[in-house]
Ligand binder design. Structure first.
Ligand SMILES: Nc1ncnc2c1ncn2[C@@H]1O[C@H](COP(=O)(O)OP(=O)(O)OP(=O)(O)O)[C@@H](O)[C@H]1O
Length: 520
């Protein structure tokens, strides 16, 4: 029996139901790349075909399957058919296997390890006797069968010996490098989506025939996956199809805060405890500190090629980088003037423009212009590469001579322009900027990433909305900031020391890649 799960272009892509239910499959992709969506599509197709499965739901995000299908949801709280603490799980699972009923085992509200271990024991035991095709789906497999730390041995056993008992296993993870290798290597079918962390790309290397193929994973869009192995006749790049039921794992969108309500008095006066308030929204880190330190080891410098590195790692901590998301409206257009919008992300410490969709990428931005007034920005951003005379600057900028003189003095002091004497002792001012100033039309909007409340105090941003307004006005007089908010991006600050002195590097907390900002 084939289950149509998505499309590759116009072509429908189907997987073999027998292989899915009794085989071993891994579904791997970084956060936000569409795993839960894909798992829900697989579940919907299995439900339509009346094939039984038990899904370990670690986030309580699959309850909507019940809106359209008949299944049993075990968990705690409203909307559950059976209470996970009180129900006889063995009896329930025996009935489910025999009647091909799907079960959602919602462990989002409880201490999950113990319950999942019990479930795995029961399923293995029952299937040793019943031998009915039934699939166990384990979300966030790195929590239950980690590569280092205590693993639920019965899940490992199911991966080795489940097939003969009719008990299949589908494990899902964002972080394949953290999942027990012996389970991953047992997966004869793979559904692999976007990944960008080097360790994770390495961990899935065993499923691909070349580095180049692995490299393609970083280019996948959300919802796109490679399906390979026993599930499909050929390796295929496809996109999971539409869901029949609503997706509950939607990334919450940031919306402007409502105006503050008139307060009924301080909380203490009302007898309510003060609730800790998050200082902002932070991008969810992917890399653990140990992994960052592991990566940092490879970055230690050595004095001679063949000797051990002489640098030592003296500290490594996660810090947050303030990033401003900015939206600017301005009047532009070469032929017809029209209102345009530019949205971009700016590093709050240096004024560099950053891209955040595949890890932090730093591009030159407005760093050189920080601290200048509007006239100085206007002059330095409009100077011809070969330089301009004072009179040319006055004509180009329409600024009064006194204002131009003062601005030029500040630009020379900041070493952003220099005076050069040309023929007949004419003085021209030549720009010395480290990088070209980006035009507003070249700036790109950042993608939405999974966010969580920032823990701890927010780091200070040197670039403020008003300093940015001055810069933008200098570059484009019609520019108005119409949107400005700050999010926080995780990076690991690692310090090295050797006889030669100290230095530090920043590792991207989502991809592990080294990020370099100009000295701020
Ligand atoms: N095939 C698809 N078609 C349409 N939208 C999709 C598809 N796959 C993913 N999306 C969109 O991408 C968002 C993220 O997908 P999803 O919740 O499945 O990510 P995830 O990989 O499970 O992330 P996490 O590991 O953080 O839970 C969804 O909210 C959905 O809007």
């Amino acid at each position: 029996m084939d289950l149509v799960i998505g499309k590759a272009g116009d072509r429908e892509i189907a997987v073999d139901a027998q292989e899915l239910v009794t085989g071993r499959t891994c579904i791997i992709a970084q956060s936000g790349a569409g795993k839960s969506w894909g798992i829900a599509v697989l579940c919907e197709r299995l439900l339509q075909a009346r094939v039984g499965f038990c899904l370990i739901d670690t986030e309580g995000e699959y309850s909507s399957l019940k809106d359209r299908f008949s299944l049993v949801r075990v968990g705690s709280g409203d909307g559950c058919d059976a209470d996970i603490g009180r129900t006889n799980i063995r009896e329930l699972m025996q009935d489910a296997i025999c009647s091909r009923t799907a079960v959602i085992f919602d462990v989002s509200e409880i201490d999950m390890r113990e319950k999942v271990a019990t479930l795995a024991d029961i399923l293995y035991d029952l299937e040793s006797r019943l031998r009915q095709p039934y699939l166990l789906i384990v979300e966030e497999a790195d929590k239950f069968i980690p590569q280092s730390g205590e693993s639920i041995k019965k899940i490992e056993e199911i991966s080795r010996r489940g097939r003969k008992r009719g008990l299949g296993l589908l494990v899902a993870t964002q972080r394949p490098s953290l999942v027990a290798k012996n389970v991953l290597s047992q997966c004869n079918s793979q559904i692999i989506g976007k990944l960008s962390i080097e360790n994770d790309l390495k961990a899935v290397g065993l499923f691909f025939s070349s580095r180049q193929e692995v490299g393609e994973l970083a280019e996948l869009e959300p919802g796109e996956f490679f399906v390979m192995g026993g599930l499909s006749r050929e390796k295929v790049r496809m996109r999971f199809g539409a869901r029949v039921t609503a997706h509950r794992g939607l990334t919450p969108r940031l919306v402007p805060a409502p105006p503050a309500e008139p307060c009924a008095g301080p909380r203490e006066e009302r007898g309510e405890p003060e609730a800790p308030r998050a200082a902002g929204d932070a991008v969810v880190p992917v890399l653990l500190r140990e992994e960052a330190l592991d990566l940092a080891k490879t970055k230690r410098k050595r004095r001679f090629l063949f000797l051990e590195p002489d640098e030592r790692i003296v500290s490594g901590e996660r810090v947050y980088r303030p990033l401003h998301r900015v939206e600017v409206r301005y009047i532009g257009g070469l032929i017809r003037k029209a209102t345009k919008t530019a949205s971009f992300v700016l590093d709050g410490c240096t004024g560099c423009v950053v891209e955040i969709d595949r890890g932090l990428k730093v591009r030159p931005g407005f760093s050189d212009l920080l601290g200048l007034d509007e006239a100085a920005v206007k002059i330095v951003s409009g100077l011809a590469n070969g330089g301009s005379t004072m009179t040319e600057i006055e004509a180009d900028t329409h600024l009064a001579s006194g204002v131009v003189k003062k601005a030029i003095k500040s630009l020379v002091e900041a070493k952003l322009i220099t005076e050069v004497k040309t023929v007949g002792d004419t003085v021209v001012y030549v720009p010395l900027l480290a990088a070209e100033i980006p035009g507003l039309h070249t700036l790109r909007r950042g993608t939405d990433l999974p966010m969580e409340p920032l823990r701890g105090p927010p780091p200070e941003a040197k670039v403020t909305e008003s300093s940015l307004r001055t810069i933008l006005k200098g570059i484009e007089p019609t520019a108005e900031i119409v949107g400005f908010d700050t999010i926080y991006y995780p990076v690991y600050l690692v310090r090295f020391a050797s006889e030669r002195g100290e230095r530090s590097i920043l590792l991207d907390g989502c991809t592990g890649k080294e990020v370099s900002f100009p000295i701020s």
